[in-house]
Design a protein around this ligand. Structure first.
Ligand code: NI
Length: 177
């Protein structure tokens, strides 16, 4: 497995969007290898999610996992999952503000409004159809990764940029104790 280079804010690949994959492509050795490398890369940098565009691949793939993460110590666990060609539909019109970070925007946090409950449809790592409901932090991570696949960053979703914080100031003043 390899740890992949992560594109940072300003790299055009983060704004270009991503194409969908067929189930046959998902099964290919190239994509299976990419999925393993994306998981390895996400874990190496303590991400809770990673989109293929962040590793310079304009494909509709995201991986996510929340498990004892030092960057998000107080968040509920989300098992490792692979979402390919994800489609999301808010099930409640309510949204909630919470802190987000991004491996492509290093050492910065900001408060971002997100829908609290979603229906999610996607293919899994075997190319099989998934259809499930996600809420809370899980729904937040999925919306963040979904945005990556459509050329958006969480900064674009912030109504108010005044909460942007360098990580050290975030920890000093804003992190839940
Ligand atoms: Ni991100």
């Amino acid at each position: 497995m390899s740890i992949l280079k992560v594109a940072r804010l300003g790299h055009p690949v983060l704004r270009a969007g991503a194409r969908t994959l067929t189930a046959k492509e998902v099964a290919s050795p190239e994509i299976q290898r990419l999925l393993r490398d994306m998981v390895e890369t996400m874990r190496e940098y303590n991400g809770v999610g990673l989109a293929a565009v962040q590793v310079h691949e304009p494909l509709q793939i995201a991986v996510l996992e929340v498990a004892d993460n030092p960057r998000y110590p107080d968040k509920p666990a989300v098992p490792l999952s692979v979402l390919i060609n994800p489609r999301i539909e808010p099930l409640e019109q309510t949204s909630e503000d919470d802190w987000e970070g991004c491996l492509s925007v290093p050492d910065i946090r900001g408060r971002v409004p997100r829908y609290t409950k979603l229906r999610v449809r996607a293919l899994n790592h075997e190319g099989r159809e998934l259809d499930f409901v996600a809420g809370g932090f899980h729904a937040r991570v999925i919306q963040h990764e979904f945005d990556h696949l459509n050329g958006k960053l969480y900064l674009d979703r912030m109504g108010d940029l005044s909460t942007l914080a360098h990580l050290q100031e975030y920890i000093r003043y804003w992190a839940e104790k």
